[in-house]
Design a protein around this ligand. Sequence first.
Ligand code: PEP
Length: 257
Amino acid sequence: MNRKYRKPFIAGNWKMNMKPSQVKAYMDELKTLVPRAKWCEVAICAPFTDLPALVKAVREPHFAAGAQNMSKFLSGAYTGEVSGDMLTDLGVKYVIIGHSERRQYFGETDELVNEKVLAALNLGLHPIVCIGESLEQREKGLTAELVTYQLKAAISGVPAERLRRVTIAYEPIWAIGTGRTATAEQAGEVCSLIRAVIRSMYGARIARGVVIQYGGSMNDANAAELLAQPDIDGGLIGGASLEPEKFAAIISAANQE
Ligand code: PEP
């Protein structure tokens, strides 16, 4: 983390867990555990059905609601889709785009990810853009190439003044939900590469303002070490975000003056 230029940002990704009726109790507990998340930004990215309850429950500075996906379309005959416009209308601030589970199970391509990022930015949303390599790609030594490609594709056409609203989440697929975390050095190295690519595209001033998260089995035990890396500014947390105590401990690791 480099607090001079960036505010730490911890986001939970509930995936397809938690019902609307469970949201308030979760948030009440989290707020009791973290009464003053003053030095970091916290978001929960919840299923669409939870969002009205979540928006109501997070009404506090430093806490925000996020979605896990959105349509690239604004409105129209797209049965089953939810537009970014609907999210902003609800008061949702963040939206995860291009999570590896969406790429893997729902066929999302780099091109679609880019279209969604541009659509989200047009609507004033703050996209959390996920990129990361598979185990096979890492073992073949393709991590840097793949991550660079995914990053450039995802933010293609994003003007510099909008990039501040974009968070990049580096999520090695082999570490997601597996309990197998990247070492702090492995994660830090790729996050530094991501910043270097942004620097080459937008210049040093813009690049140092972009928040880069690590995601992949981040938990209360390893958060502090990961966050100590200079280019890791926060985390995207799946499993551990479902338990307020564990999530609160991760927030506390980032919430230092
Ligand atoms: C995620 O879903 O983005 C994630 C990182 O999951 P987990 O923390 O469970 O590995």
